[in-house]
Design a protein around this ligand. Structure first.
Ligand code: FAD
Ligand code: FES
Length: 289
């Protein structure tokens, strides 16, 4: 059991949770993730380790409630426990002193880009971060990103805060200054990563993206998370989740993410009409105590 130590609501449907997990907190590196199950019948949910405190033995996750399991997780409170948490999983981000690194985060993608920006800065890079959200209320981790960046630019699609436009518009502004950028890291919704990779190709700027295909075992055995990168099949859980954005087949990824739309919709409807499932899980936890 992994106890929830703290919870913060970052926006309508985005939550930050600090979880007691000393061994994972000590071992994790930027770019890695955990897979959790809320209760013993729960779905396996992969979530990036956004931050960790090796001394306190805790890790931080930031997640968006998009379906049944993340909605259920969002309803949990400090003091309650997550049934199991496996990690750190996935290859860590390759961190070195590149020079100038642009870190781009769109929507919930700001959560996985944060530890990478932090590690790139610690390695002595100049970090220019570009973050964006559909609207002001959905913008997360602005202060945290500012702390780990030499420069931070913010955009909102509707212009409700800072610059009106997309993160790709921010990148165009940065490139227009004529500075030499050595690497870009872009994480966000698939269409955003695709647009960003298409843009950086025009600048011949190496770009890493972090892919979020549906995952099941997260050990490279089931094949569910397969993605095509440079014409080759790769498993995002063990070969990634980061890949060269210029080589990823984003259209295939988007199509595969829609595979279980009907089942996901049904699961949400059932969950919303029977809130008792979280109560049952909590009652079971109390019995164990
Ligand atoms: C390596 C990795 C890191 C991730 N990190 C984060 C993070 O830091 N914060 C965050 O909010 N989300 C993250 N995700 C996405 C998160 O795992 C899904 O949103 C979550 O599994 C959805 O589960 P659900 O039951 O709530 O929704 P569902 O109803 O199951 O699905 C809703 C949406 O999520 C997608 N999805 C469903 N299951 C998975 C799955 N196992 N893996 C990926 N996508 C899925 C579906 O295609 C659909 O678009 C990450 C995914 C991966 C693969
Ligand atoms: S999730 Fe099964 S191979 Fe990656």
């Amino acid at each position: 059991m992994f106890k929830i130590l703290a919870k913060e609501v970052l926006s309508d449907c985005v939550y930050k949770m600090v979880i007691d997990a000393p061994r994972i907190a000590r071992a994790r590196k930027a770019g890695q993730f955990v897979v959790l199950r809320i209760d013993e019948n729960g779905e396996r949910v992969p979530l990036t380790i956004c931050d960790a405190d090796a001394v306190a033995g805790s890790l931080t996750i930031v997640f968006q409630a998009v379906g049944k399991s993340t909605m259920q997780l969002g309803q949990m409170e400090p003091g309650q426990s997550i049934h199991d948490l496996v990690g750190p999983l996935g290859k860590a981000t390759h961190i070195e002193k590149y020079g100038t690194v642009v870190c781009v985060g769109g929507g919930i993608g700001i959560a996985p880009v944060y530890p990478i920006a932090q590690a790139m800065r610690l390695a002595g890079n100049k970090v220019i971060s570009l973050i964006g959200a559909r609207t002001k209320n959905l913008l997360i981790l602005e202060k945290e990103m500012a702390k780990v960046s030499d420069e931070l630019l913010v955009a909102t699609d509707d212009g409700s805060y800072s610059i009106k436009g997309f993160t790709s518009d921010l990148l165009k502004q940065v490139m227009a200054r004529g500075i030499k950028v050595d690497l870009a890291v872009a994480i966000g919704p698939v269409p955003m990563m695709k647009a960003m990779a298409n843009l950086t190709k025009t600048y011949n700027l190496k770009t890493m993206v972090s892919l979020n295909p549906i995952m099941l075992d997260a050990t490279g055995m089931c094949g569910v998370c397969r993605v095509t990168v440079g014409g080759k099949t790769q498993f995002a859980c063990v070969d990634g989740p980061e890949f060269d954005g210029h080589l990823v087949d984003f259209d295939e990824l988007q199509k595969r993410l829609r595979t279980y739309n009907v089942q996901e919709k049904t699961a949400v409807e059932k969950f919303q009409h029977s809130p008792s499932c979280i109560d049952l899980a909590m009652a079971a936890q109390k019995q164990v105590k």
